[in-house]
Design a protein around this ligand. Structure first.
Ligand code: ATP
Ligand code: MG
Length: 757
C-alpha cells in the first residue's frame, strides 16, 4: 500500500483526515480537489467504513471509473462496492430498485433527447398546434427547465407566474403539452434524463420510509464539481446527508459553466446555511500548471465580479509563454495548429495523448480533423455525433429496449416499420393515440391488434408482435449478449445492412458489430454482477459523450473536445482554438453580464487544463452557416496579461510593424491588436526573439536525403538557417541547423518540413 498521506500538503491532509461532519472545499483549478476526494474515500474505507455505504458523485462516468481505479490501488477490490457515478447513473439505479413506489416497473426505459423530442412532436401534432411556433426543441428546453427547478406539470399549469416570459406568451399551451408528455412517458414506462433527478426528488419527498432507508444506508456522501450541481441535484444530496451530516463537497465557483442547465452558484452559498457546522478548507497551491498558465488564468478570472475571492499560486516552473496563433481562415487555423502540434511532438518527444485541442462548439472540429489526418496524427473526438447517436445503433437498441419494456412508445415507433413491413405512419400514429386514449400500454394495442387495425397492416403488426414475444422468452434464460445477437440476426437489421454494399452500408454493418462486441465485453466483465439485457441498457443509456472510448485499440491519440467536456481533465499541451468574438465568447451568451461572466469562466476552465504549454488561436475569417464571415479576435485574448503572451507574427504584420516603428507611431490607437501584441512580445523577448516564422506562400518541403552541411534551408516554422551537421543513427537521420532567429535546433529529417534554398 502506498503512503498516500505523505504526498499531500497540509490543507489537503486535513481534508482527507477530517472525521465526521460536513466539509466543503472551494478551491481553484488544479489544486487537488479531486485527488483529495479520492484519498478521502480510500481513507474512510481503511478506517473501516463499508464501501457499500459510501456515495460518491462525479461529473462523468469516466471520472468515476478513474477514481474507483485509484481507490482500488490503495484499498483493493473492495473499491468496486462504492456507490460511485454521475447523479444520473446513481439515481437511475435507485429508481430501478424503488420503481414500484412511483408506479413504474424496474425495467423502465430511459428516453434520450431524441426520444423526448419525437414524443413532443407527436403530442404537438395531436393537439393540432402549429409546429413552427411550438418547436420541439424549445418546448423540450422549457419542460426541462421546469423539471430542473422541480416544477411539475400541475404546478406549471396552476402557476401562471412561471410562464410569464415571452416564449410563454407565444406558446400558451406549453403547460398542457408538459402534462400530456409526462402522462405519455408514464404510460410508456419511460423516464427522460431530467426525470431521473425529478423523480428521485419526488420519491424522497413522498416516501419518507424510502428516504430514511437511503439516509441510513449512505454514511458518507461526496460530490465532485459541486459548482455545477443544479437545485434538484443539490436537494437530493442534502436530503441524503441530513441524518449523518457526513457530506463532503468540492468545487470551484470560477469553473461553474452550466448555468444554462440550471446549475447554480447559490448552492455553494446555501451550503453554509444548510449545514451550519460545516468545516471549510481552502486549497491554494496548484500542482498542475506552470506559473505562466496559473497567473494568466488568474488574470482572466479576476475580471469577473461574481466570484468568491481566493488565491491560487504554484511552485511549478515559469514555463513557456502562451503562444498566440493567428490564421487567415478556419482551414488555415487547422493546418497551423496541426503543424505546431506535430513539431512540439517531435521536438519534445511527446505522445499524442499529451495534446488536446479545445473548442467552443463541436462544429469547429472539422478543420482540425482534416489537418491532423493529413499529417497522419491520430486523434479522438469526444462528443459530437457520438457512436450511440448513429441511426443503426439506435435502431438495434430500440429493438432491445422494446424487448425489455413493451410500453416504450418511442422504441416502438422506431422499429415497427424497420425493416419495412408496409405499416404506414398513420397506422403507427393511430396505435399511439389509441393506447393513450384508452390509457393502456402500446403493447396492449399491438398484441391485440385485430381489435384496432384491419387489413394487411394488421397482419404485419401481428407478425411483429409474435417476433417480440419470441425475444421476451429469452430474457430470463440468456445474457445480454446472446439476446442482442439473436435480435440483430432475426429482426432483419443486420441483413438489411449486410445487403447494402455501399461504403456507408459496410460501415453501418461494422458499427452494429461493434455494438455487439461492446455487449459481449459488458457480459464478460467480472465487475458486472447483473448480465441481463436490462442492466446493459441502463448502462448504455446513461453514457455521456465524455465516456465513450475508441474501438481501434490504439490509445495514443490527440483529444479533440469542447471545453465543457474537458472539465476536470488535464493535458501537457493544450490548444484553445477559435478565439473570436461571437464564437468565444459565444454570440448566444452576450445578453447580460452574467452570460459574459459564464463564458469567461469557460475560458478559465480551458486555460487551466494545460500543464506545460498553452497555445491559443483565432482566424480572420471562417464559414458560418454557409457564409464566409470576417472575424475579430476575441476580447478574451486581450484580457490575458500580455506579459504571458508570445505572438506568432505574420510577414505582413512584420513589415507593417517595422514601418510603424520607423514612423515612431505610439502603440495603441489605430494599430491592430496583433501588431501591438507583437511589439510587446518583441520587447519582452529580446535579445533572443522566438517569434514563429511565416513560410513563403509556395512552401513545399524538399527531399531531405540530399541535405548536407553548409546548405541554407527554410523551415516551416523556424525560418531560414544553415545546416551545421548531419547525424546518421540507424534509420534516424538528424540535422543540426542554426536558424537565424530561432537559434540552433536538432531536427529529425524524416519528419522535418524543410526546403533547401
Ligand atoms: P480541477 O479544478 O481542474 O478539477 P482539481 O482541483 O480537482 O482540478 P486535481 O485534478 O485533483 O485538481 O489535481 C491536479 C493535479 O495536481 C493532478 O495531476 C494531481 O495528481 C496533482 N496534485 C494534486 N495535489 C498534489 C500534491 N500534493 N502533490 C503532487 N501533486 C499533486
Ligand atoms: Mg477536479
Amino acid at each position: 500500500m502506498t503512503d498516500y498521506i505523505s504526498t499531500l500538503n497540509e490543507p489537503q491532509r486535513q481534508a482527507v483526515l477530517h472525521g465526521d461532519g460536513p466539509l466543503i472545499i472551494i478551491a481553484g483549478a488544479g489544486s487537488g480537489k479531486t485527488r483529495v476526494l479520492t484519498y478521502r474515500i480510500s481513507h474512510l474505507i481503511e478506517k473501516g467504513v463499508d464501501p457499500f455505504r459510501i456515495l460518491s458523485l462525479t461529473f462523468t462516468n469516466k471520472a468515476a471509473g478513474e477514481m474507483r481505479h485509484r481507490i482500488e490501488s490503495v484499498v483493493g477490490t473492495e473499491a468496486r462496492n462504492i456507490w460511485m457515478g454521475t447523479f444520473h447513473s446513481v439515481f437511475a439505479k435507485i429508481l430501478r430498485i424503488e420503481a414500484k413506489a412511483l408506479g413504474f416497473t424496474s425495467n423502465f426505459s430511459i428516453y434520450d433527447t431524441d426520444d423526448s423530442k419525437s414524443l413532443l412532436r407527436s403530442i404537438i401534432k395531436e393537439f393540432g398546434l402549429d409546429d413552427k411556433i411550438y418547436r420541439a426543441n424549445v418546448v423540450f428546453s422549457r419542460i426541462s427547465g421546469a423539471k430542473n427547478r422541480l416544477v411539475g406539470p400541475a404546478d406549471y399549469l396552476a402557476n401562471p407566474l412561471i410562464q410569464t416570459d415571452d416564449a410563454a406568451a407565444r406558446m400558451p399551451e406549453i403547460g398542457r403539452i408538459y402534462k400530456a408528455y409526462t402522462m405519455r412517458c408514464f404510460q410508456a414506462n419511460a423516464m427522460d434524463f431530467d426525470d431521473l433527478l425529478f423523480n428521485t426528488n419526488v420519491l424522497f419527498r413522498d416516501h419518507l420510509d424510502i428516504l430514511n432507508k437511503y439516509q441510513h444506508k449512505f454514511k458518507h456522501v461526496l460530490v465532485d464539481e459541486f459548482q455545477d450541481t443544479n437545485v434538484s441535484q443539490y436537494l437530493i444530496t442534502r436530503k441524503l446527508s441530513a441524518v449523518n451530516q457526513n457530506i463532503c463537497v468540492v468545487g470551484d465557483d470560477a469553473q461553474s459553466i452550466y448555468a444554462f442547465r440550471g446549475a447554480n452558484i447559490e448552492n455553494i452559498l446555501n451550503f453554509e446555511k444548510d449545514f451550519p457546522d460545516v468545516r471549510t478548507i481552502k486549497l491554494e497551491q496548484n500542482y498542475r500548471s506552470t506559473k505562466t498558465i496559473v497567473n494568466a488564468a488568474n488574470s482572466i478570472i479576476a475580471r469577473n465580479r461574481a466570484q468568491l475571492r481566493k488565491s491560487v499560486f504554484t511552485d511549478n516552473e515559469d514555463g513557456t509563454l502562451i503562444e498566440v496563433i493567428k490564421a487567415a481562415s478556419d482551414n488555415e487555423e487547422g493546418r497551423l495548429i496541426a503543424t505546431s502540434l506535430f513539431e512540439a511532438k517531435m521536438q519534445d518527444g511527446l505522445h499524442n495523448t499529451d495534446f488536446a485541442i479545445l473548442y467552443r462548439t463541436n462544429a469547429q472540429s472539422r478543420a482540425f480533423e482534416e489537418a491532423l489526418r493529413r499529417l497522419n496524427i491520430k486523434y479522438r473526438i469526444i462528443g459530437g455525433l457520438s457512436f450511440y447517436q448513429r441511426k443503426e445503433i439506435k435502431d438495434l437498441l430500440a429493438y432491445l429496449r422494446f424487448t425489455v419494456n413493451q410500453s416504450d412508445e418511442e422504441a416502438f415507433k422506431r422499429i415497427i416499420n424497420l425493416p419495412k413491413r408496409g405499416i404506414g405512419d398513420t397506422t403507427v400514429a393511430k396505435i399511439a393515440v389509441v393506447a393513450s386514449e384508452n390509457q393502456v400500454p402500446i403493447w396492449e394495442v399491438v398484441s391485440n391488434v385485430n381489435k384496432y387495425v384491419a387489413g394487411r397492416a394488421g397482419i404485419a403488426i401481428e407478425a411483429f408482435a409474435d417476433l417480440i414475444k419470441s425475444y421476451q422468452l429469452l430474457l430470463d434464460k440468456k445474457d445480454a449478449y446472446d439476446v442482442a445477437a439473436h435480435v440483430a440476426k432475426t429482426s432483419g437489421i443486420l441483413k438489411e445492412l449486410y445487403d447494402d454494399k455501399t461504403v456507408e452500408g459496410l460501415s453501418r454493418y461494422e458499427n452494429v458489430q461493434a455494438l455487439l462486441n461492446s455487449i459481449k465485453e459488458f457480459v464478460d466483465n467480472p465487475d458486472n454482477d447483473d448480465k441481463s439485457l436490462s442492466a446493459f441498457l441502463q448502462v448504455v443509456s446513461l453514457l455521456t459523450s465524455a465516456d465513450e472510448k475508441d474501438d481501434d485499440g490504439d490509445n495514443d491519440k490527440v483529444t479533440l473536445m469542447t471545453i465543457h467536456g474537458a472539465k476536470g481533465l488535464e493535458f501537457r499541451n493544450v490548444y484553445i482554438v477559435g478565439l473570436e468574438e461571437d464564437l468565444f465568447p459565444s454570440q448566444m451568451m452576450l445578453e447580460s453580464r452574467a452570460d459574459l461572466e459564464e463564458e469567461r469562466r469557460l475560458f478559465y476552465v480551458a486555460i487551466t487544463r494545460a500543464e506545460k504549454k498553452l497555445t491559443v488561436s483565432y482566424a480572420d475569417s471562417r464559414y458560418h452557416y454557409g457564409r464566409l464571415k470576417v472575424c475579430e479576435p476575441s476580447r478574451f485574448l486581450m484580457e490575458i496579461d500580455p506579459a504571458f503572451l508570445k505572438v506568432a507574427k505574420t510577414r505582413k504584420a512584420e513589415r507593417e510593424e517595422s514601418q510603424e516603428l520607423k514612423r515612431d507611431t505610439p502603440a495603441g490607437g489605430s494599430m491592430s491588436f496583433v501588431r501591438s501584441l507583437a511589439q510587446k512580445t518583441a520587447k519582452q523577448q529580446a535579445p533572443q526573439p522566438t517569434v514563429a516564422h511565416t513560410p513563403s506562400s509556395d512552401f513545399a518541403p524538399s527531399d531531405t536525403s540530399k541535405l548536407a552541411e553548409g546548405m541554407r534551408v527554410e523551415h516551416l516554422k523556424f525560418g531560414f538557417g544553415l545546416v551545421q551537421k548531419i547525424d546518421q543513427n540507424g534509420n534516424d537521420r538528424k540535422a543540426i541547423i542554426k536558424f537565424e532567429t530561432a537559434g540552433e535546433k536538432t531536427l529529425l529529417l524524416s519528419f522535418a518540413k524543410l526546403k533547401i534554398v
